[in-house]
Design a protein around this ligand. Structure first.
Ligand code: ADP
Ligand code: MG
Length: 703
């Protein structure tokens, strides 16, 4: 067999595996994206049933895993009435006891269980009302317990209804995988991690890992396989990111040699406040980057209200001082406009020419702006995605600032690079604090700055949770605040899947607010994404100017909008928002000197996740803490901004829990690139081969 043939084994169409055939192959393709032998091999179990050993009731802990016990059952009794009815019993062994509960099949179970007999129990203990119980355990008389079940360590696979209909349930998949593994030879699985790394980190070979992940003999096998494959996955992501970083580091950058009149005049005369120390530090980091002769690729993380905009503006002024143009890109039209207005305002009187370009810029105006950009009459431009379109040509773009990164894809960022012959400096600003592990994976290729200090005098926002039944009290509170001259946001959820219903909710909400807060004493604005831009602006404007006291809106106001006099944020159906979104929304208030409030409104009934989200919001204002909880609740794949990146298509590693493996993997990748940037040493040959194969393979997948 040539090297290619060996590799080809994994590329064999799944149809040709014994037990598959054309019909099942079609289902595997559409339902599980399994096209080849290799794809099947990478369908990792989602959990295992470990019946290799018995534990005792003493071993019960909060590790949330299944456990096998041996003991007797006593004190069986029915509790509660009607729908809340349950069957409870005590399971005991030589070391102690644990409660068992059943909510269904009560009669059948009650009659079937024999006290004084020894049972084998398999189930997952959960902490409930101050003690552990096991709901709906699997029970079998020890005397009936088959030797097949005893001692087995089984992998379970997730499959879909359609797969199950074709006999491809977890068992069916396991059978196919066992068939595949029986044909798999060590030479089919190329080791892709250098020998010395495997040794140092006690990692098993790739071939062993693929076998043991599917058919481990015991928990050690499973742990070893899992660790190896997680390491591999995270390692190659890091290697790739860091490699790009190394390449980019070599990207020639524009020199902003001087700090001149634009910057100095602004800093000395126009800057409306003293910068915080964190802002000063970040500015220095940017200054250093733009003087280095290399291209800057910097991510600026700063919680909502930490003052990122002024950093953007000061950086733009550095570009102007060096006769370069600068662009500021925002994710929404409203935000672009607001940036434009604010910046015009603070620049007041300075000889800087900046224009606004968005989707709703009129054709005639657009033509003029594009012309002036091209011939250099404009220093800067502020806008939305419209800025990265091909028609937008700069005379000499030196800096592009992307605000609120999570709405921008990686490719869009890349497009900015091409707007100048020497790639412009890029500053990406995000208000979504990203946990460390996630940042390392998502933005391993960017340098990171953090503004970890809010401007002085900010009072932390008081957050409370109120049920629908407190509505009247909430209205009273609103009236009091308005009497004090404050303004209020009321935000409704609006998501694509239930858009029509949500719009009705919003409109109903608006109408009931208008009834409770009637003219002429009160004025209410409404803004949502379905409105025409002109209407939206009109309403937004009225609120910004303080003509209306209440703004009823959807999440269009989530990002960036800044009305310092607004001190109350009411979030309706707060349980329907994600944590980071709630935090973003709350960040719209607390920008002035007054005490601000956030009221999370919900129904009485809440899922346990929703409770955690709400409680987290009530407990803390710290964006990083919130981001950690969010990562744990939702998993990294759903954190905003990660979907488009593609880098987070993780099959086995979990960023919320595998931080240590990630750090190890990153360290190894960094060391390797430090000694051998182009992976030319013989011991790094497997890395190079694997990366090339992966590219080929991905490419053939797409085409
Ligand atoms: P974000 O980081 O969320 O984009 P902004 O840049 O919109 O925050 O700033 C929030 C508010 O804080 C703005 O009104 C801004 O003028 C103000 N601000 C920014 N920096 C300072 C500072 N150093 N001192 C006082 N106020 C500041
Ligand atoms: Mg902002």
């Amino acid at each position: 067999m040539s090297a290619l043939d060996k590799y080809a084994f994994l590329q064999t169409s799944i149809e040709y595996l014994k037990g598959v055939g054309p019909e099942r192959a079609a289902i595997l393709k559409t339902e599980a994206n399994i096209h080849t032998f290799g794809d099947l091999l990478k369908l990792f179990p989602y959990r295992y049933i470990d019946r290799t050993q018995f534990y005792s009731t003493q071993h019960i802990d909060n590790s949330n895993t299944f456990i096998q016990l041996k003991g007797k059952i006593k004190e069986m009794r029915e509790i509660g009435e009607g729908r809340g009815k349950r069957l409870s019993a005590i399971f005991y062994d030589q070391d102690g006891e644990v409660e068992l509960v059943w909510f269904k099949g009560i009669k059948w179970i009650k009659e079937g269980i024999r006290p004084n007999e020894i049972y084998v129990l398999f189930g997952k203990p959960a902490w409930f009302n101050g003690r552990y119980n096991i709901a709906h355990p699997e029970l079998e008389l020890l005397s009936n317990y088959t030797s097949e079940a005893l001692g087995s360590f089984k992998a379970l696979y997730n499959t879909s209804e359609k797969m199950k209909n074709k006999g491809l349930d977890s068992k069916g998949i396991a059978k196919l995988i066992i068939t595949l593994l029986s044909q798999l030879k060590p030479e089919n699985i190329h080791e892709n991690i250098p020998e010395y790394v495997l040794k140092h980190y006690h990692l098993i070979s790739r071939f062993e890992a693929y076998k043991q992940i599917h058919i481990p003999q015991n928990i050690d096998d499973q742990n070893n396989a899992t660790k190896r494959l997680k390491f591999e996955e995270l390692f190659f992501i890091q290697l790739n990111l860091l490699k790009n970083k190394v390449i980019r580091k070599k990207e020639k950058g524009i020199l902003f040699e001087k700090i001149d009149t634009y910057f100095n005049n602004f800093y000395n005369n126009n800057l409306p406040f003293d910068l915080t120390n964190a802002q000063k530090r970040v500015l220095k980091e940017i200054r250093k980057d733009t003087l280095s002769g290399l291209q800057m690729n910097r991510l600026l993380q700063g919680d909502v209200g930490s003052g990122k905009t002024i950093i953007a503006l000061l950086s733009m002024l550095m570009a102007f001082d060096n006769n370069y143009q600068a662009a500021l890109m925002a994710p929404t039209e409203i935000l672009a406009q607001q940036h434009f207005q604010n910046i015009q305002e603070v620049l007041n009187g300075m000889d800087v020419k900046i224009e606004l370009l968005t989707g709703s810029t009129k054709t005639k105006q657009r033509k003029i702006i594009l012309e002036q950009l091209k011939n250099g009459e404009l220093n800067g431009i502020i806008g939305t995605h419209a800025l990265i379109e091909d028609q937008v040509v700069f005379k000499n773009l030196g800096l592009a600032v992307v605000d609120e990164q999570h709405r921008f894809g990686v490719e869009q960022r890349a497009k900015l690079w091409k707007k100048n012959t020497i790639a412009p400096h890029i500053l990406v600003m995000t208000a979504t604090p990203i946990p460390r592990t996630l940042a390392m994976t998502l933005y391993g290729d960017l340098d990171v700055s953090v503004i970890d200090e809010l401007p002085p005098g900010r009072k932390s926002i008081k957050t409370v949770h109120r049920y629908e039944s407190h509505r009247i009290a909430v209205f009273d509170f609103m009236r009091d605040e308005i009497k004090k001259g404050r303004q209020i946001y009321i935000v409704y959820p609006l998501i694509a899947e239930s858009e029509k219903l949500d719009l009705i909710d919003l409109t109903n909400g608006y109408e009931s607010i208008c009834r409770a807060f009637p003219m002429p004493g009160y004025h209410v604005s409404i803004v949502h994404g379905k409105m025409k831009p002109d209407d939206k602006n009109f309403e937004m404007e009225r609120f910004v100017k303080g003509i209306t006291q209440i703004m009823v809106a959807t999440t269009v106001i989530e990002v960036g909008v800044n009305v310092p006099n607004a001190s109350v944020m009411i979030i309706e159906n707060a349980d329907r928002f994600g944590l980071s979104q709630l935090h973003q929304l709350r960040g719209r208030v607390g920008r002035g000197a007054e005490q601000s409030f956030c009221i999370l409104m919900t129904d009485f009934k809440l899922s346990s996740d929703a409770k955690i989200r709400i409680n987290t919001m009530v407990d803390t204002n710290d964006g990083f803490k919130i981001a950690e909880v969010d990562l744990k609740l939702r998993g990294p794949g759903n954190i905003e901004g990660t979907q488009q990146s593609g880098t987070l298509d993780l099959r086995i590693a979990n960023l919320a829990t595998d931080g240590i493996i990630l750090e190890e993997a990153r360290k190894v990748a960094m060391n390797i690139l430090e000694q051998d940037e182009n992976l030319e040493l013989p011991e790094h040959c497997p890395l190079k081969v694997f990366i090339q194969q992966k590219r080929q393979y991905n490419w053939s997948n797409i085409s």
